[in-house]
Ligand binder design. Structure first.
Ligand SMILES: [Zn+2]
Ligand SMILES: [Zn+2]
Length: 406
């Protein structure tokens, strides 16, 4: 069993914010950038050419885009599977193929018929979705290895390297680190009934975040395109934060896992940076200097306006008064959430879509008086909520670590 870093032993007067992901932000000068960090194209099992995808996101107001095609799909998987006609096939990548084809990232964009990101006012991030085991998004590196499947059963019946050694997620994470990349674990709650997916236990996630440094295993997808298992993913995040904060942050990401431009739920990440550069965005990813959004509404990115989400204008942490205050627009309420009531697994994680207790709501309102709230433990995070008819639009901050003031 892991030792819990619990706030219980800390007196109220000693309680302070030991991790503030927005610490370096000057809210009056930094700019906010919408980012799509999990996007597929015809280069794996998506339905669209790269240039069409770039245009759709750009027109929808996104300025940061990571094309994260699967490492296990050869290009034009949808053509191979008969979902779209041969005439729609992508001719990329042209010869000579990338060194790790067909597990290569769709990068740089011009090699795949896309524009240079800067030519369309965007920042492109080299990415890859490692798919042979638990899905892992890799950023800022060309890591990707093609494996032949070696057996049956999910996922892919096991993979081995040239010498016959089994390859596991830890090997892949180490590989990303060796190439200077960053990684997040994707959509944990995808149901087990898919032949290509196997849910993992909470202990499995705890081991990964213990074994790998926050310098490169930076976080987890908390919102993905689906709503069916969103409580699974959110509950898992809170369970992990309860175990790891404040000493080991696990940042939350929102993505739409786009394969087809129609019918996805809005979910994206917003970076807050002083300069619109790759270095600044990378730093923000490591520091948690972003927030993320998720709607219940399905949209066609090419035709509909993307949803109006709560927008965060400022977050102030005041150690003197012991408060965190959020200034925002387009919201009805702000909920503050801390560790779940229980850290036990309550139902079978293989079959239940809510096997864990979700984080506990400890306060509602713009200002949280963290020092005088005894129900706050080792972290707190905020959710801003806007309700419009039947639809719910939510914006999530990253977690603040609560600990002893030194
Ligand atoms: Zn995936
Ligand atoms: Zn994906």
């Amino acid at each position: 069993m892991m030792m819990l870093f619990s706030g219980c032993a800390i007196t109220e007067a000693e309680k302070g914010v030991s991790v503030n992901p927005y610490e370096k932000v000057d809210w009056s000068t930094f700019t906010q950038h919408k980012a799509a960090l999990h996007v597929h194209t015809l280069q794996s099992d998506g339905y669209h050419m790269l240039d069409e995808v770039v245009e759709a996101y750009r027109d929808a107001g996104f300025t940061i885009l990571a094309i994260s095609d699967h490492d296990w799909n050869r290009p034009n998987a949808r053509v191979t599977w008969g979902h779209i006609s041969k005439g729609m096939a992508s001719p990329y990548p042209k010869d000579p193929k990338p060194h790790n084809y067909p597990a290569n990232p769709t990068w740089p964009w011009p090699d795949y018929g896309g524009p240079k990101p800067e030519a369309v006012g965007m920042l492109g991030i080299q990415a890859n979705e490692l798919t042979f085991r638990h899905h892992i998004n890799s950023y800022f590196s060309d890591y990707g290895v093609w494996y032949e499947r070696t057996g049956s059963g999910a996922p892919y019946g096991g993979i081995v390297d040239e010498e016959g050694h089994e390859i596991w997620e830890d090997d892949q994470l180490n590989g990303i680190n060796e190439k200077g990349g960053l990684a997040i674990l994707n959509h944990p709650g995808i149901p087990d009934e898919h032949s290509w997916w196997e849910r993992k236990s909470l202990d499995w996630y705890v081991e990964r975040y213990q074994n790998h440094s926050p310098d490169y295993l930076i976080g987890i997808e908390v919102t993905n395109a689906s709503s069916e298992y969103e409580k699974y993913d959110e509950g898992l995040w809170d369970q992990l934060l309860a175990r790891f904060m404040p000493r080991r942050p696990i940042w939350g990401f929102g993505t739409d896992d786009m394969h087809s431009l129609d019918g996805h739920r809005d979910s994206y990440t917003v970076f807050i940076v002083d300069e619109f550069t790759k270095e600044a965005v990378r730093e923000a990813m490591i520091r948690g200097q972003f927030y993320f959004c998720k709607s219940s509404r399905r949209i066609d990115l090419r035709e509909d306006d993307i949803s109006v989400f709560p927008v965060i204008n400022m977050i102030e942490v005041d150690e003197d008064t012991g408060t965190i205050t959020i200034t925002a627009s387009y919201y009805n309420k702000i909920k503050w959430i801390s560790a779940p009531e229980t850290l036990e697994t309550l139902e079978d994680y293989k079959t239940s879509d809510q096997p864990w207790s979700l984080g506990k709501v400890v306060h509602e309102g713009e200002t949280l008086d963290f020092r005088n709230k005894s129900n706050i433990t080792n972290y707190v995070r905020a959710e801003l909520i806007r309700v419009d008819g039947d639809e719910i639009y939510r914006t999530f901050t990253n977690p603040f670590g609560i600990g002893k003031l030194n």
